[in-house]
Ligand binder design. Sequence first.
Ligand code: ZN
Length: 86
Amino acid sequence: MTIQADLNLKYAGACPDDPDDIAESYLLHLLPAGETEFFEEHYLACGRCTGILSVAEDYVLSMRVACLLSARPLPARGGHAPVADS
Ligand SMILES: [Zn+2]
């Protein structure tokens, strides 16, 4: 069976077996070549996967913000960020 045939079967009419993982991988651009387009075609016509994608998008955004915030220096007591040494 070809990869194309595998993808056709995977997304034909039904949700993928692991829609949460697929949605997260889609948002992180980690889906294998060709699978992105199949998932896009599927979720645009599937309310369930659109909802899962929306939740995954919120999660991924939260994780990105948390990573950015954790890279910042902690504010000093009194709410001011520490002054960097120069
Ligand atoms: Zn679906």
